[in-house]
Ligand binder design. Sequence first.
Ligand code: TRP
Length: 336
Amino acid sequence: MSDSMKKRVALTADRPTGRLHLGHYIGSLLSRISLQEEYDSFIMVADTQALTDNFEDPGKVIRNIHEVCKDYLAVGIDPSKSTIFIQSCVPELFELTSYYMNLVTVARLERNPTVKAEIQQKGFSDSVPAGFLCYPVSQAADITAFKAELIPVGEDQLPLIEITNEIVRRFNRIYSTEVLLESTAMLGTTQRLVGIDGKAKAGKSLNNAIYLSDAADTIKEKVFSMYTDADHIKVSDPGRVEGNVVFAYLDAFFEDNEELKSLKAQYQNGGLGDTVLKNLLNDTLQAILGPIREKRSAINDGDIDDILFTGSDKAQKIASQTLREVRDAIGINYRG
Ligand code: TRP
C-alpha cells in the first residue's frame, strides 16, 4: 500500500479499573465506533497506567481487563476493524517512555491540571508515586508508538495530549527528525456527564454512574434516585432545568430536541412532574442499554483472550518499528 493510501491512525485507551459507564459511552465510545471505518483504529487497555495508582491492588486491574474488553465489543467495537490490545503486552512502550522522560521537566508534570486533580482526589498529597506523576510521559509513548493523529477522549485528557505534543516537538527538534507525529483530541458530543448524584463527574470510584452492563431494574432504580430540583415539590410548582440531573441525562441521550425543548418549558412553567420525566429518561436509557447488555451477555468469555492477544501481537509489531526509528534518530541502534 502506498503511503498516500494508508489510513490515518486513531488511538485511545481506558484504565481497566471498573466496567465502563454512560460517561465513557457518550464521551468517547460513540466516536470510536464511527472512527473505526475511516481510521486505522487502536484501542488500548491501559493496565500499566492503571497500576500507577492501583499498584497495591493489581488484582482489581487484572480482573477488569476482560470487563472493559467486553464493554467495547458490546457497544459495537469490531475487533476486525479496531485493534484492541493490552498496554503491558507491548513492552516497547516503556522503552519509549524512558527516552521521552528526558524531554519533560518535573515542574511541567506537576503543573498538569488533570494529574493535579487526580493527586488531590486520591489523597497522595506529599507522597505522589513517581510512576503516577510520570504517567503522562508513558501516555505520550502510547500515542506516538502508533503514530496516532486522532485521539477520541473526554476533555480531561486535553492536558495530556498537550504534553504529548510538546514531547513530540522536542524530540523531532533535538534529534533532527520527523519520526514522531503530533496528535489532536476528538471530543465527544457531551462532555463530563454528571453523576446520578449531581456530582461533577460520573466515575467508577465515586460509584455514581450508570454502567453499560447494569441490569434493567438497576438502571431504573438509578434513574429514580436522581436529583431533580429540591424545590419542585408539587407537580404544579415551577421547576429548575439548570443543574437538574434528569435533564442533563436527557440532553445527552434523548434524541428529539424539539420535544425536549417543550418539556423543559413545561417543567419551568410548572405542571410537569418528576415521575413523568424519570419515566421518559428510563425508557430512553433502556432502549440504548438493552441491546448493549444483550450483546454483552452473548459474548463468549473464551474469545476475549484471543482478541486481546491477537491485537497485542499486532500492536507490538508496530510499536517495535517506531522504537527502531526512535533509536535510529537518537543514534543508539548500535547493532544496526
Ligand atoms: N489517561 C487515559 C484515561 O485515564 C487512558 C490512556 C492511557 C489514554 N493512554 C492513553 C488515552 C492514550 C488516550 C491515549 O482514561
